[in-house]
Design a protein around this ligand. Sequence first.
Ligand SMILES: *Cc1c(COP(=O)(O)O)cnc(C)c1O
Length: 305
Amino acid sequence: MSLHIQTPLIESRPLSLIAGRSVWLKLEALQPCGSFKLRGVGHACQVHHARGARHFVSSSGGNAGLAVAYAGRKLGVPVTVVVPETTTERAKALLRLEDAKVVVHGSSWQEANELAQTLVGPDDAFIHPFDDPLLWAGHASMIDEVARAGMKPDAVVLSVGGGGLLSGVVEGLERNGWHDVPVLAVETDGAASLHAALEAGQTVELPRITSVATSLGAKRVAEQALACAQRHPVESCLVSDRAALQACERFLLDHRVLVEPACGAALALAYQPEALAAYRNVLVIVCGGATATLEQIQAWLAAQG
Ligand SMILES: *Cc1c(COP(=O)(O)O)cnc(C)c1O
């Protein structure tokens, strides 16, 4: 039994009309903890649990930490999440709702992560947010579900943070024999670590993250994400924060689902009529995200000036 659910695959009437072609949505926002992360994290936690892990540790105050907390509660394994002081009250409350122990440490993620590493004992498992083959294998299951539904897309649109989702989707496309299906990999302007890696021909560390799409805020992508983008057809696309935020508002009206700006990035591309012009059937991964409220999205949009 997996910890994630099989999510709906629906054809979006509003997005299809805008694009003038069929736009399909894989609704990962409907996973019990609000994002696709549960697929990979749930799989990794189950494997570690089967190997005897008695405690899970995470340093993510975002959707990865939430997925670890959910998986731990379901498996009966205690979870500790170390987060920096900048983490919102809402994020901490969501973690506690899943019975995770929340430790607040340091002014940045780096410091929180360093403390988290010291808490990993011999019988414990540290669950990385994006850089682990177990995660990619779990994320790939979303493409298996699309294949089982009998829908072969001409292109897949998804968001990229550290590149775990990209790595998993490419793994899923490959294991279903869909080597010819390109991926449109979307980042916001201030969090474009895959874009920078593709330009440089190697992974590079961004000096800072300036996007409101905090779930895309990995300064450096996983080596696997770059490798996937080099061996599989992957097109790097950039959208503004404003476009990602507007896509969140529009998607809420169109489909009554609230997602984070990280997911709004992929949706923003799908809302641009010309962006999908080369394809007939497009699959958009609606990766979701539980950490933003509508008030926060509206405030960010107002601050765009
Ligand atoms: C983690 C996350 C992403 C980015 O996934 P990566 O595997 O880091 O590329 C995008 N959207 C949401 C909502 C996320 O939680």
